[in-house]
Design a protein around this ligand. Structure first.
Ligand SMILES: [Mg+2]
Length: 194
């Protein structure tokens, strides 16, 4: 499945709403609008739970709630997936040395000796940097593509096979240069700063 935030981003772009690459102003108007959406959907989840609305209605309202939560992340320029991973990492560090949960008498999970707090600031900094790197890559790729097309058209016009080969070579060099050392994807900088 496509990650949920990508779907919500698609919606925001299609509807002319703010999104991760064009965040909303951090003002009262944005905060009030996003909070109203979350409050409304959270209320609807609560209603279906308490009124025993059934799995279909609960699933529907949970998805509505997740949608506006991801939409809020979009409007605030936040890539929420890595933040959730960091929260998960911190939560899993609550296990004790034997890999067992520590609970109080009411069953609430407590923090064990290995617990480390989530570092949300560091995660945001990294995801912001990776997104900027990707945008820079997109610009370089568009330039490389335009240069390739110009050379190929010129080669076709002049029937110059060596010019065509040179155009292919330079595009191949671009791809090799841009390939991520970490994961092998183009335009990814996941290996940097680690
Ligand atoms: Mg709803």
């Amino acid at each position: 499945m496509t990650d949920p935030q990508s779907l919500v981003r698609q919606f925001h772009k299609a509807m002319g709403l703010h999104h991760i690459d064009d965040p909303a102003p951090d003002d009262d108007k944005t905060a009030d609008r996003r909070y109203a959406l979350i409050r409304e959907e959270a209320y609807e989840v609560g209603y279906e739970l308490l009124e025993r609305g059934g799995r279909t209605a609960i699933a529907h309202e949970l998805a509505d709630l997740a949608y506006v939560v991801y939409g809020t992340a979009e409007e605030y320029g936040i890539d929420l997936g890595p933040v959730i991973e960091e929260i998960h990492r911190a939560n899993m560090s609550k296990l004790d040395d034997q890999g067992q949960p520590i609970k109080d008498e009411r069953g609430k999970v407590l923090k064990g000796p290995n617990y480390t707090k989530p570092d949300v600031a560091a995660v945001l900094e990294r995801s912001d940097r990776m997104r900027k790197e990707y945008r820079d890559f997109e610009r370089r790729a568009a330039q490389a593509n335009a240069a390739f097309e110009a050379k190929v058209n010129e080669a076709a016009r002049t029937q110059d096979l060596s010019m065509f080969n040179a155009a292919c070579d330079s595009l191949r060099e671009f791809v090799n240069r841009e390939r991520c050392d970490g994961c092998g994807s183009l335009g990814c900088c996941c290996h940097e700063g680690e």
